[in-house]
Design a protein around this ligand. Structure first.
Ligand code: R5P
Length: 292
């Protein structure tokens, strides 16, 4: 991408998009979004993008549904305005945990989300929750790539939590936890999780790992309601951990999540700036700019 590129920020990624634009030496403009009284969205690109490579950056959190629709409308707006190419960066890609029809009568929502964004020439996501779907390209018809913030998380862990043990709170998280532990040269452990509902989970330690007196760093891709990390933290404390921190790629901190984490004994809460919060201490703008 060169100076003829225009970075357009959706409402959920303004700060991150500014950083990416600066790194790319591209121009920056916020997407103008308004809502009609009946709730419909209307978007407007406020600069001329004719003949230019457009990069739309918008995380699908908060308000996943509105953010998805705003992004889809922005893709169409860029095409109508004569953009040379339309690249969409979705720092946090929602709907990825609904990657199967779990119960009869449900939708395969990850596929529906992909179809909404398929009009773009290219879609890039940071650490999408790839579990049953192994690569993002399998979900989209257009060119779709995922990139991982593992390196950035590993650097943070190395700098701040050098003598810790990395714990993945469930089988799905272990791909992140193990990769980070290996990069930093730390021991890792995995828990098994049983999910009873969105807000009720139970975890158990897998194998013989000594936690007593250790600094436990819980690593996961998504922290949503906080129940997974909170249960993992409680278990670590029961097993004698002297300190518990949590580092996740995406921090949603839904409802009472932060209070829940604190009550469970989590001392530090850290995530990347794929979403916006005061805990977003790990910057992924370089990762995104490099991918573009
Ligand atoms: C699920 O498999 C993910 O890796 C996370 O563990 C999950 O999304 C966390 O959700 P919550 O914070 O609501 O427990």
């Amino acid at each position: 991408m060169n100076h003829r590129a225009v970075v357009i920020a959706g409402g959920n990624s303004v700060q991150l998009a500014k950083k990416v634009a600066k790194r790319l030496r591209a121009s920056f403009t916020p997407l103008h979004v308004s809502r009609f009284p009946d709730g419909e969205s209307s978007v407007r690109i406020q600069v001329n993008v004719e003949g230019k490579a457009v990069i739309i950056i918008n995380a699908l959190y908060p308000q996943a549904n509105e953010a998805l629709m705003d992004t889809a409308l922005a893709i169409d707006a860029a095409k109508h305005a004569g953009a040379l190419s339309v690249n969409v960066v979705v720092p946090y890609l929602a709907y990825m945990r609904q990657d199967k029809v779990f119960n009869r009568g449900e939708s395969l929502s990850a596929g529906v989300m992909a179809r909404v964004l398929d009009d773009a020439d290219r879609v890039i996501a940071v650490d999408p929750h790839l579990h049953r779907i192994h690569q993002l390209g399998d979900l989209f018809k257009t060119r779709a790539e995922s990139m991982t913030a593992n390196g950035a998380l590993a650097s943070y862990v190395q700098k701040h939590y050098r003598n810790s043990i990395i714990v993945g709170p469930d089988a799905e998280s272990y791909q992140w936890a193990r990769a980070i532990a290996e990069q930093v040269g730390l021991q890792s452990a995995i828990l098994t999780k049983t999910r009873f509902s969105s807000t009720r989970v139970a975890v158990k330690l897998h194998g013989h790992v000594s936690i007593k007196g250790r600094h436990v760093v819980i690593v996961d891709d998504v922290l949503s309601t906080g129940h997974t990390v909170a249960e993992a933290a409680k278990l670590a404390r029961r097993l004698g951990a002297k300190r518990v921190s949590c580092v996740t790629v995406h921090g949603l901190y839904v409802d009472d999540a932060v209070r829940l984490l604190k009550r469970a004994g989590v001392k530090d809460i850290v995530c990347t700036n794929t979403t916006t919060s005061k805990f977003a201490k790990i910057d992924v703008s370089e990762l995104i700019a490099d991918a573009l």
